[in-house]
Design a protein around this ligand. Structure first.
Ligand code: IPE
Ligand code: IPE
Ligand code: MG
Length: 245
């Protein structure tokens, strides 16, 4: 089976997982760490180049303050606890999203984690925290506008490649596969630009229950898709063709 270069996952359903057990929502978020570890290990093992996980959206800031606070302390704890093991697995970790909204302590911690693993040549792991697809597009536009204003760039030189490079995932291939757990069939402002040609796999499984078999099912689904990128089937070299970019 052809291995995708870039998998993106919207890890949804933690709250419902906890509620079904009579537990606080924070217990669901905590339980969501197990499938995160599993996906990182499995993607590393399969030779997937990049894995991007949606952990906290721009809109999630509007949740009850105590849930936001418990998620923020979970992120602090998780980065602290997992970074050595990720480094051992040669994973390069990066965080995408509006980090100015994070506490100074969390900002410092994620910067340290990124620095610590920057030289690693294994899986490229992106964790989206305080991330929104629209925010990402706006921050890219702002960067390019500033370059134009300073005279370093001409508007006519802004093309899709240059725009993509200014996005948070600049330099990574587009997502081949977007998995969303938790049963909802929507994007919820995750990567907008980078999923232009992603295959979409929706799983009814709640995120804490996501396991190896479900990841395999998603990969099999992807392998069964004919990715045409706008061409006709007759133009394609063969089934299971590779992503163009
Ligand atoms: C996903 O699980 C995690 C975050 C959005 C932070 P949810 O917390 O959205 O869980 P459900 O969808 O309410 O079950
Ligand atoms: C999407 O889940 C965000 C993350 C998983 C981090 P949400 O639970 O926030 O999405 P909606 O509200 O169901 O669209
Ligand atoms: Mg949800």
């Amino acid at each position: 089976m052809r291995v995708p270069r870039h998998i993106a996952i919207t890890m949804d359903g933690n709250g419902r997982w906890a509620a079904a057990r009579g537990l606080p929502r924070s217990a669901g978020h905590k339980a969501g760490l197990t499938p995160v570890r599993l996906c990182v290990e499995e993607c590393s093992r399969l030779g997937v180049e990049a894995l991007t996980l949606f952990a906290f959206s721009s809109e999630n800031w509007s949740r009850p303050a105590e849930e936001v606070a418990s998620l923020m302390s979970l992120f602090l704890e998780a980065v602290d606890r997992e970074i050595a093991e990720l480094h051992r697995q040669r994973v390069r970790v990066r965080f995408i999203g509006n980090r100015q909204r994070l506490s100074v302590r969390l900002q410092a911690q994620i910067a340290a984690a990124e620095q610590h693993t920057a030289g690693n040549t294994g899986l490229k792991l992106q964790v989206a925290v305080s991330y929104g697809g629209r925010w990402d597009i706006v921050q890219a536009a702002r960067q390019l506008a500033a370059q134009c204003a300073s005279g370093a760039l001409r508007p006519v030189d802004i093309d899709e490649d240059r725009f993509a490079a200014a996005l948070e995932l600049g330099g990574l291939p587009d997502a081949d596969l977007l998995i969303r757990t938790g049963g909802e069939r929507r994007i919820s402002n995750f990567l907008l630009w980078n999923i232009a040609y992603a295959e979409l796999y929706f799983s009814d499984r709640l995120w804490p229950d996501f396991d190896r078999a479900e990841l395999s099912a998603a990969l099999e689904f992807l392998a069964g898709r004919e990715r045409r990128f706008g061409l006709t089937a007759g133009q394609l070299p063969q089934a299971g063709n590779e992503a163009k970019r």
